[in-house]
Design a protein around this ligand. Sequence first.
Ligand SMILES: NC(=O)c1ccc[n+]([C@@H]2O[C@H](COP(=O)([O-])OP(=O)(O)OC[C@H]3O[C@@H](n4cnc5c(N)ncnc54)[C@H](OP(=O)(O)O)[C@@H]3O)[C@@H](O)[C@H]2O)c1
Length: 243
Amino acid sequence: MKINNKRIVITGGTSGIGYEMVRYLCPDNEVIVVSKNINKLNELSRKFDGVTTYQADLSKTGNTETIADIIVKRYESIDILINNAAVQHSATFIDEKFRYESISYETALNFTSICSMTYLLLPALLHKEKAIIMNVNSGLGLTPKTSSAIYCATKGALNIFSQSLRYQLEKTNISVQQAFLDLVDTKMTKGRGKNKTAPEVAAKKIIYGIEHGIPDHDIGKVKLLRALLRLSPSIAQRIMKKH
Ligand SMILES: NC(=O)c1ccc[n+]([C@@H]2O[C@H](COP(=O)([O-])OP(=O)(O)OC[C@H]3O[C@@H](n4cnc5c(N)ncnc54)[C@H](OP(=O)(O)O)[C@@H]3O)[C@@H](O)[C@H]2O)c1
């Protein structure tokens, strides 16, 4: 099923994988982008027809509520919600660079705002014959690495949340899907990692998963990781610990 003539809300569409998804989807769809940086949002609406932008720092509960309220009042129905915005702070708890405030910021953006946005946009999603919630996840949501403990935990929580929400919505018109990505070459991974997936490739694969209704779509090396976690969890954990 090709995605066209759909109304799609995407968070964090101003850079990296989100930007590439917007670029790919906007010629044939109405794309509504919610992101933090107003200059990047303005540039996005200048560059692409059919894109509407809303500025919000989704780490702030009030902002998420305000923007979700504006969206449900303006749009009666939504076909696809892509929960994509996230940050990753790499410092460990014993690192001098660790910032205490990053705990609540990262948890709020990567997890709480997704639960809130999903709940608050449900009336518009329930309005369609068929709707999709796509939560952008990571191999680190299956098993953690040493650094970025909060990031890994939020992605693990997102995985459990997505599965439970899928049960809750199974008798409705809404499917809950996840895409589990390996390392992608974006601002988030700047200066670290090798053999990274290009963001446009990751974006196309996420969209392929939506089009083909894949509930938990393992992308790139995550396929191997999940298989190894089944065959030999301790080897998989040892590899990811050093990741
Ligand atoms: N890159 C990877 O290796 C990788 C691997 C696995 C999973 N993922 C997942 O893929 C998704 C996209 O990541 P990415 O690599 O494309 O990251 P990215 O390039 O850093 O982009 C993150 C996006 O989120 C937005 N954002 C950041 N803070 C925000 C806030 N407080 N409120 C609203 N929007 C905010 C950013 O907006 P600004 O540009 O305005 O800051 C940007 O559009 C994330 O869910 C990430 O966890 C990434």
